[in-house]
Design a protein around this ligand. Sequence first.
Ligand SMILES: C[C@H](NC(=O)[C@@H](N)CCCCN)C(=O)O
Length: 524
Amino acid sequence: MKEQIQKKLSDSKAARWTALIIVSFTMMCGYFLTDVMSPLENLLTTRGSVAYFTDDTSVPTDSLLAKMELLAADEASPSLTVESLEKGLQVQYLDCVDGNQQVVEKTVATIASGEGWSSTEYGFFSGSYGYINVFLLMLFFGGLILDKMGIRFTGILSSGLMFAGALIKWYALASDFGDATFLGMNLQVVVASLGFSIFGVGCEISGITVSKVIVKWFAGKELALAMGLQVAMARIGTAVALGVSLPVARMMGEVSYPVLFGAITLCIGFLCYLVYCVMDKKEDASVQAARQEAGETAEEEGFKMSDLKLIFCSKGFWLITLLCLMFYAGVFPFLKFATKLMIFKYNVPESFAGLIPALLPFGTILLTPVFGTLYDRIGRGATLMIIGSVMLTVVHVLFALPVMNYWWFAVVVMVILGIAFSLVPSAMWPSVPKIIPMKQLGSAYAIIFYIQNIGLAMVPLLIGWVINDFATQYNEAGVVTGYNYTVPMTIFALFGACAILISLMLRQEDAKKHYGLEEANMKK
Ligand SMILES: C[C@H](NC(=O)[C@@H](N)CCCCN)C(=O)O
């Protein structure tokens, strides 16, 4: 028989995996920038500069100079200034060691300048990712733009916004605003937050666009595996940000350098998306040709506003959306505070502290595609979501415990969180097309991301305020001596408890409506 009907470009394995790698790279750059500031919380909330020693300890330079002067009080020593502290300098100072005043000798590894933000300001900044998305309904409009204007236009727009937002964020951190304020807030925090908000619009709209790209190329094929691999590549971005940001900032003495690096990679990500657009055009042409050959003339009907009714009236859709809100509220905002948690609760030296939270995304890099394949072949999507939610809750309860403050314990708990963070996304995202048809998928993902962004915006704000007002411990002189993380971590555990409840309801609803969440995705 003559070669069957014309093949679509997406029928070629090489073509669809190439398309996946290109769009996933753009997303990976976005995820890098999203978390590049998370390990810098301690530096951002330090006033003045900090001296880091070769033995991995650190002291604010003001305090170091005071301690050095104390030792040199009787000697005719040259007057000490911050400028006189430099890399390689051997310093001697008087310090309290095991309850006794002793002379300590150390070598300066680097001097990095802190920004003097309060924990509340840091929380405000971290939540700003979602402010424009939530308050200006940008994600909602983003979904409509995607369904109306298409993948190419929306992807170029959103990756351009990510790049522009990153540049503003970098400008804010690299500039000295002195004591300038805007509406009573530190101007640097305001400008950096504006940049992060614009970036957040781009990153979220890119996210829904990429989800639609993957469904377009992989529907009826390795859909969950492809989504799992895209998420895995995105997590590489998060892991690298968590692992290298603090060492880079310390080495360069400035918090702005990791952000500059992120902006450069986003520029490359933008160019990659332009390359994808060429492939997308060819795919559309091949689909058109295949249709003509098969004698299908009817064009797919365009998106209509009335289609939104179908989305809003689906209980399954709302359960997935609420699960997404609660589950992600317990993960992404937690990462913003995790490095400082490691330093102050688990006494991890600052240069390694970011590596423990980095284990979380690193674990998911392998596991998300594994669980995605499991879902593709065996099914049990709703059950995977329940197990992941239970694990999330247990993890935050363990972090909230005022005991077991050992670094190895933090590592074990973080690995469990990594498994939870692989289970839920690998089952949740490929479940959406089982509930909502392709035509409304852009809007459906946008609404889910919109509701999720309420959590991403508000939870860091809440936790920053709670740390500032309820978790920070001071000595009699009003100097910060440490943090008690019980209350913030209990709040995170409550999000997990809500996620368990919702995922149980989702499995029940699936049994009633036969969405097929417990069934395999791959057609045999
Ligand atoms: C695929 C999914 N993405 C999201 O949930 C995004 N709305 C939020 C991304 C935040 C970091 N840029 C995921 O990452 O699991």
